[in-house]
Design a protein around this ligand. Structure first.
Ligand SMILES: NC(=O)c1ccc[n+]([C@@H]2O[C@H](COP(=O)([O-])OP(=O)(O)OC[C@H]3O[C@@H](n4cnc5c(N)ncnc54)[C@H](O)[C@@H]3O)[C@@H](O)[C@H]2O)c1
Length: 350
């Protein structure tokens, strides 16, 4: 298969591209390599994929030195002409859109970045798929779409109309936009609601990374909501396994879809939404304890109130994923955290 994976200088996109490459798919990776967080981590991921930083030129494909089936292009999703040109030239079989402006807190201060990358950018992907038909478009949504919902575990079959950050609203918008294109133009689309992903080559703006850095440097860590937050932390290898299985299985119209009682996760159009989460929420304090154990060092904790935009708990109902893809994330946090710490120490030589 010839697959476009966007966001391949990013955490999930990098791991997804590697998995597809290792099984022999032809992959084009795309990223604008922005500086939302330390670009050295992004260039490190690209380097490991065989993409030489000095060979990268905006709008031009670079071939990997490690994987002959991998090419990378530095391109912005909001660059409509560039996206159109790429799709017309490459004629992808499948597309996996993981590039986005991520992060809940940043969306409170930088709302425009979310409109540019997640709304305009996603529209450009949809339009390009319309002009150059693909067998399947899989794209990242987020557990943050559950917003004010406290009906646990979170089910894809219940409405999500109460986002509490513009980030969440942009992800919910992606699901609505995808449905429209699935209905109007028959593009098979699957949205993936990821639940707090962690692991090696993880994101420097996320708790595990920030905590690890602070603990190793002997600084206090900021623990929001007094550590009483519960998160369905999901290990990167589990996420990527799910993403690849989803790419392989184009969405189909649901034969039993009843428009008088419309199910939120399916449609008469080739449209689906899945949760991908560990389905075993862990209290933030326990997560910190597992990290302390892995690092062999105690954290100094600065307990703080809840942050605006944050939700107190997440918990994925993954029964659809299990039924349709025969799969369920299962890596325990101790294993995942130990793998992260090993990577962190090697990358930063600490
Ligand atoms: N990591 C998580 O816990 C998590 C949870 C829920 C959803 N998600 C979603 O999963 C996807 C991947 O997340 P991630 O953790 O790998 O984030 P990431 O920030 O590491 O990766 C996203 C990549 O997209 C690139 N990008 C941003 N805007 C772009 C644009 N306009 N054009 C081209 N590239 C652009 C960035 O440079 C970055 O490398 C995102 O859509 C994110 O919202 C992640």
């Amino acid at each position: 298969m010839k697959v476009l994976v966007t966001g391949t200088a990013g955490f999930i996109g990098f791991h997804t591209a590697l998995k597809l490459l290792r099984r022999g798919d032809e992959v084009v990776g795309l990223d604008n390599i922005n500086d939302y967080y330390d670009p050295r981590v992004k260039f490190g991921r690209l380097e490991l994929s065989g993409i030489d930083a000095s060979a990268i030129e905006y709008g031009k494909l670079t071939r990997s030195k490690t994987y002959e089936n991998y090419r990378f292009i530095k391109l912005d999703l909001s660059d409509k002409e560039g996206i159109d040109r790429l799709f017309a030239a490459e004629k992808f079989d499948r597309v996996c859109n993981l590039a986005a402006q991520a992060g809940v807190r940043y969306s409170l201060t930088n709302p425009q970045a979310y409109i540019d990358a997640n709304i305009t950018g996603f529209l450009n992907i949809l339009e390009a798929c319309r002009a150059n038909p693909v067998e399947h478009l899989a794209y990242a949504s987020s557990s943050s779409v559950y917003g004010l919902n406290t009906d646990m575990p979170f089910s894809v079959h219940r409405p999500v109309d109460h986002p509490i950050s513009l980030y969440a609203a942009s992800k919910k918008s992606n699901e609505l936009m995808a449905h429209t294109y699935s209905h109007l133009f028959g593009i098979p689309t699957t949205g993936l609601r990821f639940f707090t992903v962690y692991g090696e080559w993880g994101r420097p703006d996320m708790a595990l990374f920030i905590f690890t850095k602070a603990i190793l440097e002997g600084r206090a860590i900021e623990v929001f909501n007094g550590g009483k937050m519960r998160r369905d932390f999901t290990y990167i290898a589990d996420i990527v396994e799910g993403v690849v299985r989803v790419i392989d299985r184009p969405a189909k119209p649901a034969a039993d879809f009843d428009s008088s009682k419309p199910d939120c996760a399916t449609s008469s159009a080739p449209y689906r939404v899945y949760n991908i989460g560990n389905s075993a929420p862990v209290e933030l304090m326990s997560f910190i304890e597992a990290l302390e154990e892995s690092l062999g060092k105690k954290a100094v904790k600065n307990l703080l109130p809840m942050q605006p935009g944050d939700v107190p708990a997440t918990f994925a109902d993954t029964s659809d994923l299990e039924r349709d893809l025969g799969y369920k994330p299962a890596t325990p946090i101790k294993t995942g955290i130990a793998n992260f710490v090993k990577w962190y120490r090697e990358f930063y030589r600490v």
